[in-house]
Design a protein. Sequence first.
Length: 50
Amino acid sequence: MSARKEKLKKAWDVPADIGLENDAVISLIAIPYDEYISYRNIAEEGRRIG
């Protein structure tokens, strides 16, 4: 498995664990950094957890 895929797997494990513990659905959106920069509201409204 590539390093990128391994990082994504680890990132997806966090919301999955939180969701299972709290009976909730949490979605992770993984996008390339250059796309992230183009979405200003993500930078202003989002919260980094990892």
